[in-house]
Design a binder for this molecule. Sequence first.
Ligand SMILES: *Cc1c(COP(=O)(O)O)cnc(C)c1O
Length: 230
Amino acid sequence: MSIKANIQAIEEIKARHAEISGRASEDVLLLAVTKLHGADEINEAIECGITDIGENKVQEIIDKYEKLKPVRIHLIGHLQTNKVKYIIDKVHMIHSVDSLRLAQEINKRAEQHDLDMNILIQVNVAHDENKFGIDKDELEQLLGDISSTCPRLKVKGLMSIVPYAEDLEEVRPYFQMAKKLFDQIKEKEIKGVDFQFLSMGMSNDFTVAIEEGSNIIRVGTAIFGERDYR
Ligand SMILES: *Cc1c(COP(=O)(O)O)cnc(C)c1O
């Protein structure tokens, strides 16, 4: 299948599952995950209507940046503090903030560039030892600390990666946990914290993620095919 056909198919599925959760398809952003794919493929996706792409490595953003048609770039992978400076003026949102140290570095670099940066806090709702992200019990403390020390950060919501499962009912509870956490924080009205986005769901499980309230799905394989890790 072509990139165009894949995107169309995903849009249809997205619309159906958004409807199940009482929302419109436009309320859920399809973030095309472009890691390990070249600028030509990415530009093809942009021509098919993709407005936002996700990369998980700083180096890939730097390599592709000049070759891409206009698009918003999201950093979705783990970010080392010493690399923030390379992407601060290139990305629209950072989904993977999971420590005060990283938040403060982003804030510092944003200040130097006189810009505000959108961030999501990555939470590890499944307590998966192999995944980055903070524990849900640490979330409020982190938000409070960011709020009081990082005026350049706009905390827009949460991001979660859940374990892979064939049976999607196994991951549904994790998505529900993330949504509950999202709603709880939203009610609290913490200064500088304006929860709008819940980034969860990938190629294999985005249907269930949407049903449970995700409004940014991060989809790579279903658009571009299998990645070549060689
Ligand atoms: C690679 C990646 C995705 C997309 O995974 P697919 O299974 O290819 O859709 C989503 N989120 C993150 C953080 C990723 O690294």
